[in-house]
Write a protein that binds this ligand. Structure first.
Ligand code: SF4
Ligand code: SF4
Length: 80
């Protein structure tokens, strides 16, 4: 099973430049045209499942607006 992830975009930093959108290898990012930040930008948002948590969006974002979280898969628990 491929690794899964999710991202959080800090709207105080995002300026809607789309660098993350163009660099996401899974094509799961877009600008949210239904929402405007307090600074007047359409922020980046996840638009589909399939984020792998690769972290590329966070690396390329010029404003460090993205935090990436990896979701552990295949974790098993011991039974009592
Ligand atoms: S690269 Fe950063 S600033 Fe640009 S749209 Fe994506 S999150 Fe916003
Ligand atoms: S962590 Fe990777 S797959 Fe997920 S949104 Fe960012 S660039 Fe795309």
């Amino acid at each position: 099973m491929p690794p899964k992830g999710r991202i959080v975009v800090n709207e105080n930093y995002c300026k809607g430049c789309e660098v993350c959108v163009f660099n996401c290898p899974q094509h799961v990012l877009a600008l949210d045209h239904d929402h405007i930040t307090v600074k007047g930008y359409h922020p980046a948002v996840l638009i589909a499942e399939g984020c792998t948590g690769c972290g590329i969006c966070a690396v390329v974002c010029p404003d460090a607006a993205i935090t990436v979280y990896r979701i552990k898969t295949g974790v098993t628990r011991d039974q009592d």
